[in-house]
Design a protein around this ligand. Structure first.
Ligand SMILES: [Zn+2]
Length: 87
């Protein structure tokens, strides 16, 4: 139904929220334990928002929407984030 995109497409909206380069932050999938930079996961961008999915088990790691001046983030699919302190 939707075309999967490279996870790097979420860098823009994540960069509006977090003061880090989030596409290079590493996330551990809560579904299968795969650990990769956000940019290596699969992103689905549509009118309702953005979903970052694991390419191995299809778990939704991040659901993200911007509605009337407010960001909504569902991170239940991320077991751990690793964010480098180097910018
Ligand atoms: Zn997974």
């Amino acid at each position: 139904m939707e075309n999967p995109l490279d996870g790097n497409v979420v860098g823009g909206i994540l960069g509006e929220i977090f003061p880090f380069e989030m596409t290079s932050a590493r996330a551990t999938c809560a579904g299968c334990g795969a650990t990769d930079p956000i940019g290596a996961f699969t992103a689905y961008v549509h009118g309702m928002g953005t979903v970052v999915r694991c390419p191995f088990c299809d778990t939704a790691l991040i659901r993200l929407a911007r509605v009337r001046g407010r960001y909504w983030m569902d991170l239940r699919g991320v077991r751990v984030f690793q964010i480098s302190e180097e910018r």
